[in-house]
Design a binder for this molecule. Structure first.
Ligand code: SF4
Ligand code: FES
Length: 657
């Protein structure tokens, strides 16, 4: 349809609002409450425009555009109307910009420059609102709130927790938690900091740390889970100050998890340190240990592709450390790493919210804790209706309705063998999805689960076809997929090991002499272990592949303050001293292919034989995450996340596994 914005004709799609039509026409309309990804509230009235034949100014965000509509955004009446709105908003807004963390990136400040007056006409006392305490992450200074309700809508629509709300009317209106002191119980809570157009909700760890114009911003990726969200790391003088999201519609849209946002504190906290000369001499004196016959290396899932390349070329048996923070390694000797589709999230992350997905089956996984942004996509899909979510495993607290069909391995086996009331629905689904996590394959009977999944692929015709692959493996760490893709052996137990090389592992204990190449000090270190400090990817850069097989480069964003070596450089020195020259590997950055060619061949013909019932242990299925804020070394060392983790352990958080 055609609309006329400020006299110029533009073609816009049916169903857009006047504000969206103006945006499509390249005309900016000021707004506070409107946000592209939230429902329309229409309560701030900053977006007033003039529409032909309408006697009053109209809020453009809530007014549907019509064919032939004539809209004016810059008339004197519009300007006067917006000035009036702003004057009202500023009546109760404190004039504390010099001490407000939003200063310099505040929508209210910006718009006051255009529509604000140079003096107020309000002579009475300003109202004051008591600040709320929402925990260690979000600073709430509620006198600054302009009641746009973006945070409330984010809580109920995206995060799915619905704890924030408004109480009172008129001048007594307040945004809060209903219950007085309450943690914002969402792993996506930090996004309200970006959404709040004023300084009412700001980052607590970043309070009074820096001004936005002092920051140097680096586009990079989040390394705290297997999703690979795009972020910007802001630093001042090379010191990390904050992390904010970077828009990527295919992965994280414009949200990030709290771990992604606040883990930067762990980059500088409790770092292991050794002068470079001492590190060099330690490496020199210990290199012979690597020449021993029986040796192994244990990598965490957060090691970059480049570092993995060095070590996998040198060692015969390299073990990828499992996600279990207690140090249990992968026990999946038969893990089929020959075919990437067997250890990958085959359904692209953005497709999870598509209406074509009509059945979601989860087995021993809690996406809210293991991949919070994937969970947000599932929630979006469910809001569109007609998609049951059935889970096998301990009852989980997600942000949508999940039917728990069974808690034990036997219940899932019965489902696979067709003895469950959900079988018919799953079999008849056009685009079903199965989501499994690493916890299944950490079990003693892990291989049986591969066989059960193989059976599902064979009996559910639409699960894996040439056009659709609904088999999804949610990888736990930033580069778990990449490491497996490099063919690293997944040997849970490497027998007769005389020496271990551990790289960035969560668990620092070892039963045999070991080198632990690590960025952080660990209190649990064994006496027989030499610690070699190393740098983090944020200080050196590196390639990481997320759970859907998307390889991305994490840029160097901060200064390597302690001048510690890159883990790759340490390993290169060790292997070179043993006379081994590593061929430099190049990693091609790539996005996952939406072409699902030959996936059926991979999954259907080259996997597991029929499973043997007798090897299945009837033990409960559960997620591997014990504590959401404590799953990688950097997050674990972030003081703010540790405080939330403690609160969560005490049960204040209200999560259930
Ligand atoms: S706290 Fe911020 S986001 Fe929430 S209603 Fe107030 S101004 Fe809007
Ligand atoms: S942006 Fe339209 S009323 Fe707030």
């Amino acid at each position: 349809m055609q609309v006329f914005v400020n006299g110029k004709a533009h073609t816009v799609p049916q169903g857009v609002t006047v504000l969206q039509a103006c945006e499509l026409a390249g005309v900016l309309v000021p707004r506070f409450c409107y946000h592209d990804r939230l429902s329309i509230a229409g309560n701030c009235r900053m977006c007033l425009v003039e529409i032909e034949k309408d006697r009053k100014l109209q809020p453009s965000c809530a007014f549907p555009a019509g064919d032939g509509m004539r809209i004016w955004t810059e008339t004197p009446a519009v300007k006067k109307g917006r000035e009036g709105v702003l004057e009202h908003l500023l009546i109760h807004h404190p004039l504390d910009c010099p001490i407000c963390d939003q200063g310099g990136e505040c929508d209210l400040q910006d718009q006051a420059m255009v529509y604000g007056g140079d003096r107020g006409r309000y002579k009475e006392y300003k109202r004051a609102v008591e600040d709320k305490d929402s925990g260690p992450l979000i600073q709430m200074i509620m006198t600054r709130c302009i009641h746009c309700t973006r945070c409330v809508r984010f809580g109920s629509e995206i995060a799915g927790t619905g704890e924030l709300g408004s109480t009172g009317r008129g001048t007594n209106l307040e945004i809060g938690f209903y219950v007085r002191e309450k943690l914002f119980a969402s792993e996506l809570s930090g996004n309200v900091i970006d959404l709040c157009p004023v300084g009412a909700l700001t980052s607590k760890p970043y309070s009074f740390m820096a001004r936005p114009w002092e920051l140097e911003s680096t586009e990079t990726i989040d390394l705290t889970d297997g999703i690979g969200s795009n972020v910007k790391m802001d630093s001042r003088f090379g010191v990390p100050m904050r992390i904010v999201p970077k828009l990527n519609e295919e992965i994280n849209e414009e949200w990030i998890t709290d771990k992604a946002r606040f883990s930067y504190e762990g980059i500088t906290n409790k770092r292991s340190f050794m002068p470079p000369e001492e590190t060099a001499s330690l490496v020199h004196s210990t290199h012979k240990c690597l020449a021993l016959e029986s040796k192994c290396a244990i990598l965490s899932g957060n090691v970059s592709q480049e570092t993995t390349g060095v070590i996998s070329n040198y060692f015969e048996n390299v073990v990828l450390e499992g996600p279990n923070p207690t140090g249990r390694n992968w026990n999946n000797t038969l893990f089929p790493i020959d075919f990437t589709s067997t250890f990958k999230c085959n359904t692209c992350i953005e497709d999870w919210e598509s209406t074509k997905v009509d059945f979601i089956l989860m087995v021993g996984v809690n996406p809210r804790l293991e991949g919070a942004l994937l969970n947000a996509r599932i929630r979006k899909r469910l809001k569109k209706g007609n998609c049951p979510v059935v889970s096998f495993g301990a009852p989980i607290s997600t942000t949508y309705n999940v039917i728990t069909a069974g808690t034990s391995a036997y219940s899932f086996m019965n489902f696979v063998e067709g003895r469950s009331s959900f079988c018919a629905g799953f079999k008849n689904a056009k685009n079903p999805i199965v989501l499994v996590g690493p916890s299944l394959f950490l079990r003693e009977d892990g291989p049986a689960f591969f066989s059960m999944l193989q059976t599902l692929i064979n009996v559910v015709p639409n699960l894996v076809t040439t056009m659709w692959n609904g088999l999804n493996y949610l990888q736990p760490h930033a580069n778990s997929f990449g490491i497996m893709d490099q063919g690293v052996n997944q040997l849970g137990v490497v027998d007769n090991v005389q020496f271990k090389t551990m790289v960035q592992t969560f668990d620092a204990t070892s039963d045999v002499p070991a080198i632990h190449i690590t960025s952080h000090v660990s209190p649990e270190i064994s006496d027989n272990t030499l610690v070699v400090p190393c740098a983090l990817p944020a200080e050196t850069g590196g390639t990481f592949v997320n759970t859907e097989g998307r390889s991305q480069y994490a840029r160097k964003a901060v200064t390597n303050q302690r001048r510690v070596f890159h883990d790759k450089a340490i390993l290169c020195s060790l292997v070179e001293l043993n006379g081994y020259k590593d061929a430099v590997k190049e990693y091609v950055l790539g996005i996952p292919s939406k072409e699902k060619q030959n996936i059926d061949v991979q999954c259907k013909q080259h996997w597991y034989p029929k499973f043997n019932k007798t090897v299945v242990h009837n033990t409960p299925l559960r997620t591997w995450v014990d504590n959401y804020y404590d799953t990688d070394v950097v997050s674990k060392n972030s003081p703010s996340l540790s405080k939330v983790a403690k609160a969560y352990k005490k049960g204040i958080f209200g999560f259930k596994k």
